[in-house]
Design a protein around this ligand. Structure first.
Ligand SMILES: O=C[C@H](O)COP(=O)(O)O
Length: 250
């Protein structure tokens, strides 16, 4: 049974004061011996604060995006080396809220994915379909295309020791989570697509994102190919996030 991982994506939320309350509560609530990998991905300006509160806890921290360049004249961008300086160990790549708002191409996402791995951090690659694509029955084709771009550019082995988050776009922020069966079907599809590489199949974690909450987490995480969750709104509430993390314990 793969050790599960629960990632909190704060998105563009927080303040120094509210973050202090949330981080202190998480450190207090999450036991050192918890059998789940837990990550919080804060907005860039709060990485120093996240590092200072979490560095002696079992909770990892990370970012919600990164530049595809090493360094240079790229105004407003943040590089992998800058994230490393703040102890980040995970980076969310290709979240649909970014790829739609900023027209991020599959190629750009693939390059960022590679940059994060090259820097020794763990990329969390977001894939998923729209409601129209699901209703048309082409969700597997859509997710395949997102993965194929990375495979064509860097080979399947790049997925070794990484995380893929299946996030049906229609379930994000909607309180209409995918059913456990829907999640399992897509996670199984993704795992089978990447199953020819034995290293990958052993180390790849596939997590579900889209309206995960304390009420549905246990059912979702009990599915055989669901290795945890990528949690938005519920990660901003310490008790809810704690409950979701405990639901992922084996
Ligand atoms: O990154 C998290 C996902 O976008 C899900 O967000 P949500 O839990 O608020 O639906």
């Amino acid at each position: 049974m793969r050790r599960k991982i629960v990632v909190g994506n704060w998105k563009m939320n927080g303040s120094l004061a509210s973050n202090e309350r949330l981080l202190k509560a998480l450190v207090e609530k999450i036991p050192q011996a918890i059998s789940v990998d837990i990550v919080v991905c804060a907005p860039y300006p709060y990485l120093f604060q996240t590092q200072s509160y979490l560095k002696h806890s079992p909770i990892f921290w990370g970012a919600q995006n990164v530049a595809k360049f090493e360094s240079g004249a790229f105004t407003g961008e943040v590089s992998v080396s800058m994230l490393k300086e703040f102890g980040a160990s995970y980076v969310i790549i290709g979240h649909s809220e970014r790829s739609t708002a900023y027209c991020e191409s599959d190629e750009n996402i693939a390059t960022k994915f590679m940059m994060v791995k090259k820097a020794g951090m763990t990329p969390i690659l977001c894939v998923g379909e729209t409601l129209i694509e699901r209703e048309a029955g082409i969700m597997e084709k859509v997710v395949s295309k997102q993965l194929d771009t990375i495979i064509e550019m860097y080979g399947e082995e790049i997925f070794d020791e990484t995380v893929i988050a299946y996030e049906p776009i229609w379930a994000i922020g909607s309180d209409l989570a995918a059913s456990p069966e829907q999640a399992q079907a897509m996670h199984q599809f993704i795992r089978e697509k990447l199953s020819s590489n034995t290293k990958v199949i052993k180390s790849l974690k596939i997590i579900y994102g889209g309206s995960v909450n304390p009420q549905n987490a246990l059912q979702l995480f009990s599915m055989p190919d669901v290795d945890g969750g990528l949690v938005g709104r519920a990660s901003l509430n310490a008790s809810d996030f704690e409950s979701i993390c405990h639901s992922a314990e084996i």
